[in-house]
Ligand binder design. Sequence first.
Ligand SMILES: [Ca+2]
Length: 202
Amino acid sequence: MISKIVAAAVALAVSGAVFAETNVALGKSTTASSFYSSGSEVFPSANITDGITSDSGAPYAWSFWLAAQGQNANSWVQVDLGSTFNINGVDLFDTHNRGYYDRGTDAFTISVSTDGTTFTDVASGSFTDAQWKQQTGKDISFASTDARYVRFTVDSVYGGQSAGLAEMQVMAVPEASTSTMALAGLGLLGFVAMRRKASQSR
Ligand SMILES: [Ca+2]
């Protein structure tokens, strides 16, 4: 009976660890090929990891990156996760430039790197017109890979004025905790088995 309960707990712990994904990009440092800056209107790369996924129309409460005026295809923005993680996807939120609909990204490519120099493409896609206008988010999955740097490169734009992005969430699979929890569970099962054996021999 006890071993059944323990086995169920282990199964829950392992499956929970496998399926629980964490956004490891939140609050991490960023860089970009360029950013829009005109007087007091500034849209830096750091806006893609501030946890705010939609454009606010409120003056100076903006939370999205824009490439410099006229910068479209080949503009890029990237996050430095601080250390290497095993990642398997990104959740992306486009910008429509606080209701002006003159800027934003259409097609894009996601690439990753462990050293910040050599990047490998892992996925590509494009925001639908609705995903651009309504910022409903776009989930992109790819085969799990080790990465410290995740780059979003613009292939084409909406609006024509410049590329942009509101938020990039990077999903990591917590491998370390999975194996730790599985090992702890197996150890507990072994302990229960020993106890059962000991009680039967008495
Ligand atoms: Ca944001």
